[in-house]
Design a protein around this ligand. Sequence first.
Ligand code: F6R
Length: 607
Amino acid sequence: MCGIVGYVGRQDAVSLLLAGLHRLEYRGYDSAGVALVSRSGLRVHKSAGRIQRLEATLPKRCKGNVGIAHTRWATHGEPSDANAHPHLDCSGEIAVVHNGIVENYRELRASLEAAGHAFRSDTDSEVLAHLVEAAYRGDLEQAVREALLAVQGTYGIAVVDGRHPDRIVAARNGSPVVIGIGEREMFVASDVAALVRHTQKIVYLDDREVAAIEASGFRTTTLEDEPTSKSPATVAWGHEAYDRGAHPHFMLKEILEQPDACERTLKGRLDAQFGTAHLGGLNLSARDLLDIRRVKILGCGSAYYAGIAGAHMLETLARIPSDAEAASEFRYRNPVIEKDTLYVAVSQSGETADTLAAVREVRRKGGRVLGIVNTVGSSIARECDGGIYMHAGPEVAVASTKAFTATLLCTALLALHLGRVRDLSAGDGKRLIAALVRIPEQVRTVLQERERIRAVAAKYKDRASAFFIGRTHAYPVALEGAQKLKEISYIHAEAYPASELKHGPLALVSPETPTFVVLPHDDLYEKSLSSIEEVRARRGPVIAITHPGDERLATKVDDVLLVPRTEPVLSSILLTIPLQLLAYEAAVALGRDVDQPRNLAKSVTVE
Ligand code: F6R
């Protein structure tokens, strides 16, 4: 998704802004631009394509101590030089960068054009520059406030004005904006990743808030010009956590980080004495927990699949009817919100627009929402009634990996906690805790299988499509395995509950179509073996992702990827990891851009 960086201070803004843009590259983009303000006025440089292309076109004598920059992920208008941000007003004095969508831009543009404004791009964002120009009477901050009152939609914006070479005005509604506080210098960004190299001290803007930022400080107001007060927070992670280090890709780094990430997710939360989990941020009393009659988990993409696995854990351990739903659909069906249902929003970024909208829909109707979120201080974390932080550390690769396994652990902890105030015995709780404690080490064991997984990936990487199947709690693992493979290797992959094969997809099984079978050792093991027979009878290659111990299996399948045994309800955590590595190795072997797959973006902050 789009990224914003801004700087006000004494240093050379150009190099800081470009370095900041590079740190936001992971979000996905198709054009980039920069606006610099100095005593000699405002200059804008922008171009379609990579940041390197922008760098190559920048004049050598491009200088300034104040500036804003942007990476654009096209929504309205194709990726082109003209559609890249910053956008200028007619006078060429005001430059705006914008994340989000101006929903009423057609009406706004028509009335601005009728008033004589000339547009240069096809974007919705350009209206913002002209609106600020129309409202400008010498005070940039006031003009931005007035302009935004006319806007419907979402925005995170930064604005500079050639007549005020000492400031940036920023504002937010539904799209994150964070201010970084330095020593006589200030930063602004859409994502802390862009500024952690320079400062750990940050302030998040709230919706409908405007900030006037100068090198010496900032002030914030509402759109209606009421002053607001902000307390700085400290970024949880140092800049090294956002670096790729010696790894060839962020995705591999994040897959390999999973043992440590799992340890952090569990740290301080397991109570072996009482066989339960301590979750300080839930903000729910034991009585509240007893009143819960249903759990609904909401998330998008991989977060949704993790939610399906989590719902399964909750139903198994706490015996509460639980399900998961795609947050992107939820609000459009005018959902019935029940007061004894616990809603749980899952999001790595904490900024996914659809998930945030689902949270707001539940709260608007009086429901209670917990967040399972990785990014501390993110919008979803702040808007939920309580929650569980994943503590997985920054996830930079577009393809989510460690946040997926961290979510499964968080839902296991929630299930344990809810189970123990209900029917789960202390003995069962303790058994589960013993299994949870072993998970980080078991993840390490799975990661040691990388060579074997690479060989399997090499064997099947040229197939046009693949199936992933699994039953009950293995089904979300199949969904996630297919998701990872298609996202980064571009191999068409579909997941089905194994029991559904014969109801349709078997028609496509052939010697050319591998089927990856997620096969935990649980009550349904034998039934899954029958699904394998169905595939084999059509001469389809079968790859089993399973635990050691069944000697018969080698004769029934083409390849086996093994993960250690654990409690069946936790097996999804371990079974997912070979499929992450499989997708990674296939994508690398096919020469794909692993960290920035085509058409995709990290943190989808638009609908
Ligand atoms: C898949 C992937 C996406 C995200 C989804 C939700 O690898 O990364 O499907 O899981 O966009 O993102 P968050 O978790 O940030 O809400």
